[in-house]
Design a protein around this ligand. Structure first.
Ligand SMILES: [Zn+2]
Length: 129
């Protein structure tokens, strides 16, 4: 199977998911030419803002392989992963990401908003209360 076969699977999952009341996003994780896990967007169905296709695929792959380390795996995603999913993919040490559709029209604004929120984080030291 080629990169295009796996990305077609991610696109198929994405196109079918709205029928299951999910967003049009799909992801596939492959290791040694075999599909280890798939994910679709389940945010609305589960009231879970972290239930993105890529993050769910990472969770399932880690459970499937019984590891936190997905080195040697490849992610195929219908859409460019958002910052949250990109973080999960990086923490799981997935080697490569292939995607078809660009993410937000203004991906820079997504990162800027995250940075602005992050600047509201304040580290407290209880011994200095
Ligand atoms: Zn995401």
């Amino acid at each position: 199977m080629t990169h295009y076969d796996f990305i077609r699977k991610a696109l198929q999952l994405a196109s079918e998911n709205p029928q299951q009341h999910g967003g049009p996003y799909g992801a596939v994780i492959v290791k040694d030419g075999e599909i280890i896990s798939t994910g679709v967007n389940e945010e609305l169905k589960t009231n879970d803002p972290t239930a993105h296709a890529e993050t769910l695929a990472v969770r399932k792959a880690c459970q499937q392989l019984n590891t936190l380390d997905l080195s040697g795996c490849i992610m195929y995603a219908s859409t460019e992963p958002c910052p949250m999913c990109l973080s999960a993919i990086a923490y799981a040490k997935i080697d490569s990401i292939y995607y078809v559709n660009p993410g937000s029209d203004d991906q820079e604004s997504v990162y800027r908003r995250l940075y602005e929120r992050a600047t509201r984080m304040v580290q407290l030291n209880p011994s200095n209360e």
